[in-house]
Unconditional design. Structure first.
Length: 220
């Protein structure tokens, strides 16, 4: 099986790694379809977009479009109602839309923190693939925590686990945690699950963040 490399945003060569690890880095925004990739036998570095089939990139990741806020339609209704002068109805709609919008903005911050964990996931995966063992901590993975306004800490507290702790800059989730758990499947591919409060997929520890603030894949 080919061992892949890619060039990160700092122009550093990262690898070797299995195709699944590269796809996971793409999924979490660490690289994009224009990022340069290479494996032994290729004549030169080429854009990732030229190797979607070889890497097994899912169709849903091949032509991404910016998601539209589900609250947009609510605000269109609000604007129409305002134009008609129905102030009491406007107040009711605003009372419904504002909390939903606030939850949406928190989820966006949480997703940003989840994306920032891609570096820790890659370090964990590379250590497992190269040594046959899961790293016990940041040092064994050769990983340094990134600086962020969204998270106060992203760390490797134990084998197979990554813990994301959210900062006071996101008051609704300040100090809460989201846990990531890795597992090597029967085909030797590393897959990750995320756990909010009350969820422990793959037998991993639960986080403390409320499920309403995380992506649906992280909920119980």
């Amino acid at each position: 099986m080919a061992q892949w490399y890619y060039v990160d945003k700092n122009k550093q060569r990262i690898g070797p790694m299995e195709a699944s690890v590269l796809v996971d880095a793409l999924r979490h925004g660490q690289l994009d379809l224009s990022s340069l990739v290479w494996h032994e036998g290729m004549p030169a570095w080429q854009p990732l977009s030229m190797h979607l089939d070889a890497l097994g990139v899912p169709e849903s990741m091949r032509m991404r479009k910016a998601p539209k806020s589900s609250n947009a339609s609510v605000w269109v209704i609000v604007a129409v109602v305002l134009g008609l002068g129905a102030i009491p109805v406007l107040g009711i709609l605003a009372a419904i839309a504002l909390p939903a919008y606030q939850d949406y903005t928190v989820r966006a911050k949480v997703s940003e923190g989840l994306n920032q964990a891609a570096v820790a996931k890659l370090a964990t995966s590379e250590t497992r693939l190269q040594t046959g063992k899961w790293p016990n901590n940041d040092q064994e993975a050769g990983y340094s925590q990134p600086t962020s306004n969204v998270v106060s800490e992203i760390t490797i507290p134990s084998p197979q686990d990554i813990r994301i702790t959210f900062s006071s800059n996101v008051p609704a989730v300040s100090g809460t945690t989201l846990m990531l758990r890795a597992e090597l499947d029967a085909n030797g591919v590393i897959r990750w699950e995320c756990n909010a409060a009350g969820s422990n997929k793959l037998g991993g520890p639960s986080g403390t963040i409320l499920p309403k603030y995380v992506p649906s894949s992280c909920r119980p």
